[in-house]
Design a protein around this ligand. Structure first.
Ligand code: NAP
Length: 348
């Protein structure tokens, strides 16, 4: 495996900011991953695992350790008890895999079309959108356990999936390197169109949409929000949603709603687990007085979605952080809610 030095990281992220990696390597095999880990360990270097760079903010000074980009490829599929099992390398492009599953008429991930990044990133934050999340279809995750140096197959319950979380980004953060993921999809299955945006999109349909039509609809909806990477669209130079949708107790939500109503605003909220309520962060940003398109130097709020911070060209990580702070202060000042950033911060 070729270990390079002083490799710029900005071009490897969708946001396009940040400095270089002191060391950088691409791991195309499980042995490469082991070699990368050994290289970092033997030199006492911090190790960072890079997937598609779609949810990442790199510091201006870069990262002083080894960045290991997972490039394990390969998609195998087989039949099992009325399901189709896809065994996918962690370095495969997620949306290309979704396209393949849809082309093979297998249901379960079509609503996750157009999400940038690689397959290995999907279990980490239990990627979800438009009414589906990967925890519904992941059979198991093959990973290198850095505690024991053994490769393990973690079954779905062992991954501890919850809303946008798993053991990989909570209790066991940094312990596993994901190598492959197996998804169990439903052949000739029906699509899921329960989500508001999809219901609206298909409002005039009499027959249920096909998987391919759902995929196309999701990509179109994402494109309108600049949440689909389209070359040349400056609003896509982002890390996707920059803030998590906050979850508050029902009591807290009702109190917030009462205050908002007194101001003539209707705060939206969706039931979450355990009698909690999920509040769309984009609504909070816009109602805290920060409109889409608002810019602070070369960092801006996307013109198409209030939740995305965009690099308008030449932005530094410090510009992104300054805008992040401003948004957080505005929302905290107006609603008393602390917005938490969603991207991973590297080198800060
Ligand atoms: P949106 O559709 O405006 O929704 C904003 C928030 O309201 C989300 O928390 C969403 O819940 C909730 N919501 C909207 N309609 C709902 C319904 N009918 N029932 C229950 N909850 C509802 O959000 P957006 O920012 O444009 O994102 C579109 C989709 O992409 C959402 O599903 C969002 O979660 C997803 N997304 C996922 C990630 C990720 O996996 N890291 C990042 C960005 C966006 P849900 O979150 O449960 O959908």
């Amino acid at each position: 495996m070729d270990i390079r030095e002083h490799v710029p990281l900005a071009p490897l992220t969708t946001l396009g900011v940040g400095g270089p990696a002191r060391y950088f390597a691409e791991a195309a095999t499980e042995q490469d991953v082991r070699d990368g880990v050994e290289f970092a360990r033997s030199r006492g270097l911090p190790l960072f695992i890079l997937g598609g760079g779609s949810n990442l903010l790199v510091a201006d000074d870069g990262f002083s350790g080894l960045v290991l980009k997972i490039a394990i490829r390969g998609i195998d599929d087989s039949a099992a008890s009325g399901r189709r099992i896809f065994d996918v390398g962690a370095g495969e492009d997620w949306d290309s895999f979704v396209a393949l599953a849809v082309a093979r008429d297998c249901a379960g991930i079509e609503c996750l079309s157009g999400i940038p990044g690689t397959v290995g990133g999907t279990p980490v934050q239990n990627v979800g959108a438009y009414g589906q999340e990967v925890s519904e279809t992941i059979e198991d995750v093959r990973a290198l356990d850095l505690n024991t140096s053994q490769i393990r197959e973690l079954c779905n319950p062992a991954c501890g999936f919850t809303y946008r979380a798993s053991i990989f980004n909570t209790t066991e953060r940094g312990r596993f390197i994901i190598l492959r993921v197996r998804y169990s999809l439903k052949p000739a299955g029906e699509t899921t169109t329960t989500y508001r945006d999809l219901k609206t999109f298909f409002a005039d349909r009499v027959t249920p949409p096909t998987l391919a039509e759902t995929r196309q609809a999701v990509r179109q909806i994402r494109r309108a929000k600049a949440m689909l990477i389209v070359p040349g669209d400056e609003d896509c130079r982002s890390a996707g949603s920059f803030f998590k949708n906050p979850i508050v107790s029902r009591e807290h939500f009702l109190a917030l709603q009462t205050v908002a109503r007194a101001r003539g605003e209707e705060m939206p909220g969706y039931p979450s687990n355990d009698d909690n309520v999920k509040i769309p962060a984009a609504w909070l940003v816009e109602h805290a007085g920060l409109a889409r398109g608002y810019a602070l130097g070369p960092a801006a709020i996307s013109r198409k979605h209030a939740l995305a911070i965009v690099n308008r060209g030449g932005a530094r990580a410090s510009d992104i952080l300054a805008l992040m702070d401003q948004i957080q202060s505005a929302v905290a000042g107006r609603f008393g809610i602390e917005l938490r950033p969603e991207p991973v911060f590297l080198g800060f």
